[in-house]
Design a protein around this ligand. Sequence first.
Ligand code: FAD
Length: 279
Amino acid sequence: MIPPIASRFVAGETPAAAFDHVRRANEDDVKVILNLLGEHYHDRAAADADADAYVSLVRDIGATDLDACVSVKPSQLGIDIADEVFRENVRRIVEAADEHDVFVWCDMEDADTTDATLDAFETLAREFDGGVGQCVQANLRRTRSDLDRLADVPGKIRLVKGAYDESESIAYTDKTDVNEAYRENLKFLFKERDGGIAVGSHDPTMIALASELSAEYGADYEVQMLMGVREDEQRRLADEGVETWQYAPYGDKWLSYFYRRVRERKGNALFALRAVVGV
Ligand code: FAD
């Protein structure tokens, strides 16, 4: 069982627990992106098993009236084994999702996987007429030209700052430069796309910029934040009529995800410490 300390960031160990979480979030008009925890598999059976779990998940979501979709990780579906394994598994999930009218996002991982991930997205987005979305990272220098390439590809794009340590030669490593790249990429998305823009950020500056750009260019957008992070703001935005999605991981591999959240921010570490010492 997930201890209460981790349950701020993780929606439970089973699909049933995750669905209870979705139901509660939906009551506040916050929609939920479910992610089955798991990454960097080097064993095809593990990658295939998670793909099977996603196929069941999209079927189960489709059978409810919940506002939910899924987000998959390439390394969970076998990209570290071979691009082909990832392509086969992600296609299987998208085919099932298409049948059950459920949207599929793909996370973006380290820069070695960017080309194969974007290739799979472009193929599936064209074939399934936009039922898929792709995350892109503002810290990568290449992202501006990737967005050029994706300008006429249907589907949605989630812009994040980027969570992976990459070398200076391919990435902006200074926070100010990453923020500047985020702003530039966000402007480009609003100029080039009619909609399907997702602001994957907790940063109030970027969320305000999206609102301004939407008023200027008329394109629709959504805000996506992580479960356990600025949830009051998620509810406030939803209440204001901004389409708001919460990325909620679930599954039994919650420990490393929980540590990542604790490590990335002093406030989260204090929260964890307080829970342990009971103050
Ligand atoms: P930061 O630059 O971390 O913070 C900026 C400001 O936001 C802070 O000054 C503060 O005002 C506010 N803020 C941030 N966190 C908090 C908090 N805990 N409490 C209060 N205020 C806060 N990365 C990838 O590389 N690949 C992915 O596929 C991916 N998917 C993601 C999906 C979603 C829905 C989200 C939200 C993030 C995802 N990320 C992904 C992570 C992302 O790249 C960033 O590492 C992460 O979101 C931190 O950047 P930030 O934009 O939220 O703001």
